[in-house]
Design a protein around this ligand. Sequence first.
Ligand SMILES: C[S@@+](CC[C@H](N)C(=O)[O-])C[C@H]1O[C@@H](n2cnc3c(N)ncnc32)[C@H](O)[C@@H]1O
Length: 367
Amino acid sequence: MRHLRVPSAETQHWLELCRSQNWLQKGAGVITLEDGMKGIPLSENAPSETDECWSNNSIFSAQGLTKGPEHWSEHLDQKLLQDIGKELPKSYEIQGDILIVKLEEQTLEYGKAIAEAMLKQLPSVRLVCADNGVSGEFRVRDLEPLASRNEDISTVTQIKENGVLISTDPAKVYFSARLSQERKANLSVAQILSKKLSRPLRICDPYAGVGPSLASLLRDDNLVSECYAGDLNPDAFELLKHNIAHFISKSSNPLRELKIENIDARKWKDELNGEQKIDYLLVNLPHQTLEHLPELLPLISRGHPTVIRGWAIIDRDTLSFQEEKIAGQIKSAGGKVESIKTSEVKGFSSSKIFMRFESWQIFNRSV
Ligand SMILES: C[S@@+](CC[C@H](N)C(=O)[O-])C[C@H]1O[C@@H](n2cnc3c(N)ncnc32)[C@H](O)[C@@H]1O
């Protein structure tokens, strides 16, 4: 590749000139030469050495310092890129070593080529899958493997979140990396409650999925004494058991009690024989959280502060009524709400709102 030899101090000037004239070789970098000189990579459009525009700077040939493509689409052949046109996927999601991409109907036939280009650009990705939408009772994504780096098309993968490895399978269970900030906040709130009660907590995560919220709660020293977790999806339940075993193997505090069940969340009150013992409850079934909540309130322990953190999808114009509605449910179950706060969780593009609520209450012992 041809390079223009220029004094180091003039590099910026020559770079700007070459860029403005379309003489700069794309994807190649400036090379450092001896005696304080630099070599600017020139494209085929750049004039020859004899041209006056170079002000007597010489041109030499050297192997280019290739930066490589900056975007996966640069690995696609030009004709294909033109055919795909505006329908080129603009975003994708990565879970562990799996890349998940939504393809428009017109691009389906180019799925394999797109996936192979993505594998070339992203060395940490093993498998590229097309996301054909959510389906079924557990709102799991229908994933179609498009290309794999090594013939392995298993959709089981591991995600590292807040320093902990979590096994998941995006083709069989729900997991949202976008909620990792919520899970961090779950930990801070649990720590505040535990301090207030001066003891470790009895926690319940009845819609636990593969257990990302428990990852940090169970690893924190002396934060949890009893843990009740479950999920109705049998695939999530299997991964949950595996993940919890991994989380507690990293903790120095043995749990007094651990129960993991493949049950409907509303059955936990029977599972715990009507014992009202949960200090900290997570309610994460966004499409039904507010309907299920009354059936979970009998789990809450009595006579001292407790916390419920939940997530729900609601109509945008109903946000202002939600605090009153949730407080009303708690009151009907015999609780006195000390504080309740609802807020929108940003980053969910929808005409609806993804809302978080956090309520602190004390349930009367006699109910
Ligand atoms: C939104 S996901 C939350 C998962 C997990 N807490 C997380 O943050 O990744 C809801 C979970 O509830 C499970 N689920 C659905 N209906 C359920 C029910 N009636 N009882 C218990 N779990 C249920 C789904 O399988 C799913 O894993």
